[in-house]
Design a protein around this ligand. Structure first.
Ligand code: TA6
Length: 281
């Protein structure tokens, strides 16, 4: 179903799109390259609905939050309507700024008042900033993530370099809760890990003959996720085999790395992508 709130981007270096619903970057494709951002084949773009795909903004809690009881999954803002503040074209590409003005959440499980801004740059490289301002008189404690869905040729044919020696929390049920990465990360089963490092990492994709560098600023965690066949069957917006063509690499501050802001303080998290021409890149 097409979105009625979509901003389409086309410049000399790339094309892309943002859905104002959730401020989700639903596409980025540098000129001459296959799509970099992945979108599920049957998304429903509507206020209040989350999609699997794009770069959803996760805030103020990740998954079910630090208590494991928070709802909805992945926070409040990925299904809210964001406002377009400005769109500027220059020689480097197109920059778009969206905001969610002074939202107050007063729930028994989470309380806070904040202003969120996202600045997204679409050029031959990609950049998403999430700017969080504490507009309350209380401490603001939150988790956040740029939950990027990346398009790959076949998840079983890619490897992620740059995590060697990094500790991780394992979110796959029935597996040890903690681990230490040895060598490159390859995929042979459901994978759902919160790494205790912020990159950079390089995703080598032989099938697309390219490498993708994922880098961040002000992030303590990279989350890496692929649901594999069985779990993806529970997602209404996936089709059989869709899971093969995606992997999430998410710049994040979650769990013990959640952020605390004093009243009036601001935090900026940055997530960046750059494509190299060879799989060895
Ligand atoms: O970032 C990984 C993760 O938290 C997984 O545990 C998985 O559930 C995924 O995000 C998608 O979550 P969603 O609420 O969009 O189905």
């Amino acid at each position: 179903m097409p979105s009625t709130s979509r901003i389409e981007i086309r410049n000399a270096l790339a094309s892309g799109a943002i859905d104002l619903n959730g401020g989700n970057v639903v596409a980025w494709q540098p000129r001459g390259q296959a799509a970099v951002i992945w979108m599920s084949p049957r998304p429903v773009f509507a206020e209040g609905r989350a999609v699997h795909g794009g770069v959803p903004i996760i805030f103020p809690w990740f998954g079910a939050g630090r208590t494991g009881t928070m709802s909805p999954s992945h926070g409040l803002v990925r299904t809210l309507p964001w406002q377009l503040q400005r769109q500027v074209d220059d020689a480097e590409g197109t920059s778009v700024e969206l905001s969610l003005d002074a939202l107050t959440v007063c729930d028994p499980t989470w309380q806070g008042r904040f202003r969120l801004t996202t600045r997204v740059h679409f050029g031959d490289t990609f950049r998403q900033e999430l700017i969080v301002e504490n507009t309350s008189t209380q401490l603001l404690n939150f988790e956040e993530s740029s939950h990027a869905y990346l398009h790959v040729s076949d998840v079983e044919q890619v490897r992620i370099q740059g995590l060697d020696g990094c500790a991780y929390d394992n979110q796959v049920a029935g597996q040890p809760e903690r681990g230490l990465q040895v060598g490159d990360l390859v995929f042979a089963a459901e994978t759902d890990r919160i790494y205790h490092c912020g990159g950079p990492v390089t995703l080598h994709d032989v099938g697309l003959d390219r490498s993708l560098v994922v880098s961040t600023k002000e992030t303590a965690n990279l989350v890496v996720w692929n649901p594999w066949a069985r779990k993806s069957e529970t997602f209404a917006d996936f089709e059989t085999g869709s899971w093969r063509s995606m992997v999430c690499v998410e710049g994040s501050n979650v769990r013990d790395a959640s952020i605390c802001l004093e009243p009036g303080e601001t935090h900026v998290m940055t997530f960046m992508l750059a494509v190299g021409n060879s799989a060895e890149g």
